[in-house]
Ligand binder design. Structure first.
Ligand code: HEM
Length: 433
């Protein structure tokens, strides 16, 4: 997150110029029914008003595939500067608390524009060398096996709590060289950050979340500072060596911000996608049985999960000038909410888009990882994690099924989506190895 200035918090981007349409007034992103099913609302928006203004969040919402992709492809007209800003204004007390607490995240990756983004991404762009990928895949398999050894004899589990909640952060800790015992703290701080940046909280809850956020920032910064004199052979070590002691090349705050960013980008997303993948595949039993019979279907099944129900359903940009999107005139400085989940269901790109089809030929054309210069840098890691989880789960518990009549709950925030619990069961004696 970045602390927005007072004028940024006060500025509204569209209300003065736009008559609020029916659909914009109905957009209610922090509550049900949208939280449980954003797709029905988006289908209507794509049909009736594909680009609309939302007075509740003061954003222009863009729902069609071609518009979203065109925005990602034009970083000059569409700045990424706001992607880490709180979606709902922070209370002045919280802003003061963060400032006084030394919160120092700077624009570094997802919220930096060229040339800063180009300079930093040059160092962070290729962390997944074939050697590191092979190591990480082995680590992921070892951790998944450890979880499965513990849950398989039980015959019943909440796969979020018992497997995918901690798994991605454990892998990320290996990647960043952090100690495993810190995982629970990081998971809880990440939740603080998620709700403060992408949720819509009253002041007293903001203050609580901000305290965790500050600790989270200090932890990231200290981790980098500890390694400065003796950079290890890992991603953080690469960044420290790359800067060669020169802040103009890469500052310590920039490295700390990258680490701080990864500590959420690299696990909340993958935890949620893993949980969703399991739900979607088990709901579509024929798809689950197909991957059990033929694991070579898993990579495309993962692309279809990303298309069908991604874990980052919206992302953001700011228009740097007056511009037309889908025939709608957008004022300069307007904030844009790109509905990635909607773009991935756009019929003009994905025919019969509400059908979950693990053999869909163009599933991988989704925009779940963004597009262009900010394309998700962790996509290879997310794909490895998902592949190993599905390989091991389908091999060891092919008879697994969802506990009947459970309702999936989603956290009330605008961008990150995944079920909080996934209850599953299986017969222990016959089906498990
Ligand atoms: C299923 C899992 C994931 C999803 C759905 C996802 C999604 C996204 C999206 C939508 C963006 C914005 C792209 C854009 O602006 O064009 C992004 C950027 C990014 N992601 Fe991911 N992500 C996932 C996993 C990861 C992982 C595992 C990591 C790190 C290990 C990661 C690190 C990043 C970073 C650093 C950026 C910013 C890149 C830049 O600005 O140059 N993500 N991701």
């Amino acid at each position: 997150m970045r602390i927005p200035s007072e004028s940024e918090q006060a500025k509204r981007s569209g209300a003065q110029t736009c008559p609020v349409s029916g659909i914009g007034a109905e957009f209610d992103p922090f509550r049900d029914p949208y939280l449980s099913d954003p797709y029905s609302f988006w289908a209507r928006a794509r049909r009736e008003e594909p680009v609309f203004y939302s007075p509740e969040i003061d954003y222009w919402v863009v729902t069609r595939y071609r518009d979203v992709k065109a925005i990602f492809a034009d970083p000059k007209t569409f700045s990424a500067s706001i992607v880490q800003n709180p979606i709902a204004p922070l209370s002045p007390k919280v802003v003061a608390m963060l400032r006084e607490g030394g919160f120092g995240a700077v624009p570094a990756m997802s919220n930096a524009d060229p040339p800063v983004h180009t300079r930093i991404r040059k160092f962070t762009g290729q962390p997944f060398t074939p050697r590191r990928v092979a190591h990480l895949e082995a680590d992921v398999r070892r951790i998944v096996t450890r979880y499965l050894d513990s849950i398989v004899p039980r015959g019943r589990a909440d796969l979020v709590r018992d497997m995918v909640y901690e798994l991605p952060v454990l892998v990320l800790f290996i990647f960043l060289g952090m100690p495993e015992e810190d995982v629970p703290r990081i998971k809880s701080w990440a939740r603080n950050r998620l709700m403060l940046t992408w949720g819509n909280l009253p002041e007293e809850e903001q203050l609580k979340e901000a305290a965790g956020l500050l600790e989270y920032w200090r932890y990231s910064k200290q981790h980098v500072e500890k390694l400065l004199d003796n950079p290890p052979d890992n991603f953080v070590g690469d960044l420290i060596r790359g800067r060669g002691g020169d802040d103009r090349v890469l500052s310590i705050d920039e490295i700390a911000t990258v680490v701080y960013g990864l500590l959420i980008a690299g696990h909340e997303t993958t935890t949620s996608l893993s949980a969703t993948a399991i739900v979607r595949l088990l709901e579509h039993r024929e798809a689950w049985e197909a991957i059990c019979a033929d694991p070579s279907l898993i990579p495309n099944a993962i692309e279809e999960v990303l298309r069908f129900d991604t874990s980052v359903i919206t992302w953001r940009r700011r228009a740097t000038r007056e511009v037309e999107i889908g025939g709608v005139k957008i004022p300069p400085d307007a904030k844009l909410l790109l509905a990635l989940g909607s773009a991935n269901h756009d019929e003009s790109e994905f025919p019969d888009s509400r059908r979950f089809d693990i053999r869909r030929a163009n599933a991988k054309d989704h925009v779940a990882f963004g597009f262009g210069i900010h394309y998700c840098f962790g996509a290879p890691l997310a794909r490895i994690e998902l592949t190993v989880i599905l390989q091991e789960l389908s091999r060891r518990i092919p008879g697994i099924r969802l506990v009947a009549n459970q309702k999936f709950e989603y956290s009330p925030n605008i961008s990150f989506r995944g079920p909080k619990r996934v209850l599953v069961e299986w017969h222990v004696s016959r089906e498990t190895s």
